[in-house]
Ligand binder design. Structure first.
Ligand code: CMP
Length: 139
């Protein structure tokens, strides 16, 4: 059975441009319910832990620096088929390849500053949700 939750992060580029509200409106209008949400900032070490899965990739250092450079808005979202449907809503990782109307096409600047994150599997959605939110906040 497909999971019904995903974890998103509105990234520092989008928060600093004051478009978090517009992005959340688009997410809600697409049928996602916000289960938990906060505005926070990660240290470089916390970003390194969150993106540990990418530690061997050449972009890991740039990614951790960027994700700890400013305020972010992580949120747990709920909807049937959440992971797959959310990845369609946000569009391709590189905004140059994202379809018209997707969140990354509308708000992302580049593959590094790409406005928003979405979990890539049900398993990672659970791990990532637990990274940002307590058991109480997740229930
Ligand atoms: P996201 O999927 O949210 O998490 C990993 C991030 O690494 C990804 O968004 C991109 O912003 C960034 N990144 C930079 N270069 C690449 C690349 N070549 N392939 C995938 N992700 C990349």
């Amino acid at each position: 059975m497909k999971g019904n939750r995903t974890l998103t992060i509105i990234k520092p580029d989008a928060v600093s441009k004051n478009v978090a509200g517009a992005i959340l409106k688009q997410i809600q209008e697409a049928g996602f319910k916000i289960i938990a949400m906060k505005q926070t900032k990660m240290s470089p070490a916390q970003a390194g832990k969150f993106y540990f899965i990418h530690r061997e990739r050449p972009f890991y250092g740039v990614l951790c620096d960027f994700m700890s450079s400013g305020e972010i808005v992580p949120a747990i979202l709920e909807k049937e088929n959440a992971v797959e449907d959310f990845r369609k809503l946000i569009g391709a990782t590189n905004p140059a390849n994202a379809e018209a109307g997707t969140i990354r096409k509308l708000y992302a600047e580049s593959i590094d500053k790409n406005a928003i994150h979405g979990s890539d599997s049900d398993e990672n959605a659970i791990i990532e949700g637990s990274f940002f939110f307590s058991e109480l906040e997740r229930s």
